[in-house]
Design a protein around this ligand. Structure first.
Ligand SMILES: C[S@@+](CC[C@H](N)C(=O)[O-])C[C@H]1O[C@@H](n2cnc3c(N)ncnc32)[C@H](O)[C@@H]1O
Length: 247
């Protein structure tokens, strides 16, 4: 899709370059953070995994961009159709393949490159907790948005998280404007005819129409749901006790 990048920049991204001079698009992370194979899944990805856990997954395909330690595939592969994972870290790809998960393929792929996937398809879910973290310029940002839109099924969802969306590489001199807000993401999503939906306090879905609300089950959501009730009972009890106390 052709985008008017000058227009996009003028609308809200004055601090971002239109085009970069990078031979390979994107900004690489510093050495310590580049290979996530042995590091723990980030809290933002965990929240997306929780969202997925409560979604209808049977037979649904997932594209996981930035596989890290492949925990998403390990956790979800038994409940989904095919999962394709991508990374730019060779070690992460080798680790993902070594897990021997039947319906999981990992490949080296740069999401800003505009190159097709080896395992190209349309996916029901595209998970990327850091869509702008490693970005270099508006041209490559929109290249990624086009790639995501074209890789999404009609009722599919692109899932991200507010914390990951606000994350920027630790590389010295990194442009802090890549810290995107919900409204920033909604704006660029609109350019590829997608809308942004806040699915909870953290998880954001980009989709062609509002995705079904998920019902969270389990002990943590249950305890959260009864907190207001318990507070109100405690408040009333305190007031009652106050009245009964002898003057
Ligand atoms: C900080 S790690 C996060 C891993 C995992 N998503 C998590 O949250 O635990 C960043 C991931 O993004 C991937 N990545 C970085 N730049 C990328 C790019 N241009 N295209 C695709 N993946 C990229 C890295 O290879 C790595 O898998």
């Amino acid at each position: 899709m052709q985008h008017d990048l000058e227009d996009i920049r003028a609308a809200r991204f004055a601090e971002l370059p239109i085009r970069c001079d990078n031979a390979e698009p994107g900004i690489d992370e510093v050495d310590d953070w580049r290979d996530w194979t042995a590091l723990e899944t980030t809290p933002d990805q965990k929240r997306i995994e929780e969202y997925l856990r409560h979604s209808k997954l049977s037979g649904r395909s997932v594209l996981h961009v930035g596989v890290g330690n492949s925990s998403l595939a390990e956790r979800m592969a038994g409940r989904t159709g095919r999962i394709v994972g991508t990374t730019i870290a060779r070690n992460e790809a080798t680790h993902g393949a070594s897990l021997g998960i039947r319906n999981y393929d990992v490949e080296m792929h740069n999401k800003y490159s505009g190159r097709p996937l080896q395992h190209a398809a349309r996916f029901d879910f595209i998970v990327d907790n850091n869509p702008t973290t490693f970005c270099c310029c508006l041209h490559h940002l929109m290249t990624m948005m086009d790639f995501y839109e074209q890789s999404l099924t009609q009722n599919g969802q692109i899932l991200t998280d507010r914390a990951g969306l606000g994350w920027v590489v630790s590389t010295p001199g990194a442009n802090q404007r890549w810290k995107f807000s919900f409204d920033d993401l909604a704006f660029v999503a609109g350019k590829v005819n997608l809308q942004a939906f806040a699915m909870d306090e953290n998880v954001i879905a980009l989709a062609r129409q509002a995705p079904p609300k998920i019902k969270k089950t389990g002990i943590v959501p249950f305890v959260r749901s009864i907190v207001p009730f318990v507070r109100s009972v405690a408040h009333r009890a305190r007031r009652l006790l106050g009245r009964l106390r002898p003057a």
